[in-house]
Design a protein around this ligand. Sequence first.
Ligand code: PLP
Length: 397
Amino acid sequence: MYHISQRIQNLSEPEMALMSQRSSELRAQGRDIINLSLGEPDFSTPEHIKEAAIEAVKHDYSHYPPIGGYAVLKQAIAEKLKRENGLAFEPSQIVISNGAKQALANVILSLVNPGDEVIIPTPYWATYIEMVKLAQGESVIVKTFFEQNFKMTALQLEEAITPQTRVLLLNSPSNPSGVVYTKDELMELASVLQRYPHVTVVSDEIYELISFGGCHASIAGLPGMKNRVVIINGVSKGYAMTGWRIGFSASTPDIAAACVKVQSQYTSGASSISQMAALAAYKGSLDPSLAMRDAFKRRRNLIMKKAAHIPGFRIVKPEGAFYLFPDVSYYFGRSDGQVVIQNAKDLSMYLLDKAMVATVAGDAFGEPACLRISYAASDEELAKAMDRIKVVLEELS
Ligand code: PLP
């Protein structure tokens, strides 16, 4: 008789996947569900990228690719890092993976020994916690507050560091809050890190291209930081390529070699066709990505305008990614006469049942007072969803 290992039993399932599944079931029953629980652009992959994939198929890119990725793609990413981020990496320091997710998993497995501590500020992408668990590390959660725009301060970072700290996980632009650390804020964190050379930063920059306020700042670009930072990025969000599964890490040669070692035993190189598509993304024009960013910015403005008319939504204005993350605790303890809303999970279920809008409760991101509303949907759907939310929330007193 088999049993599922304790390691896997201890893992949580992604809340968004469960919500998504629930909304698909309701849709299948004929209900007009607007799904704002998803973490992916609703756009199609740009044409020139699709064409490159078709060419790769025709040119027989059907053999095992090198484990760490094709040299041409690593070169193109090194050029992107130089051109867009001012960072000089050798292609050998870049490892191509099956999405940014695998790049993160490789790095965490490579850096974290059992019992090592990983600092993770709230609100976080839930997967970080599970990856640290799998590496038998300890997540040290730093609670940030609405009043500090959900950004970790230098003082909070310093208080969280111990001799056991190995990694600080930073994510900017953030999923789920949409907040973006400014260069000055990163400088403050970097000045603390200067005093603790045993801490490596893993900087998840997967939403880099969906940043509304101008230039994206990477902590790797600050003085003295480049060799202390592993950059995680990829094509999923900025090029609308979530299904192609291409991400990368850029790190020191030692860390890159360790990541290749992990990948060599688990999965081998990422899909050859997708790598050639990603090459077209990094070599081609940024215009389609910038047009998508502009659309997300327009939707951000639209959803903010709608949300301003909903009492009890406290919102930090998102400056990137495609999520609104209101604090909805105003509604806790309220009822429509039938259902009592105790927490964000109840509210999310209430919105699904009554407004037919799928969202994700903030518990999944370490902020149980909040709700994540994805605005990766059409303007019409967003407007309709927010109007429905407003109406059903008015029932609660
Ligand atoms: N990092 C963050 C913060 C994300 O939100 C996601 C996807 O939702 C990823 C990484 C994973 O990206 P990929 O789809 O390239 O694996």
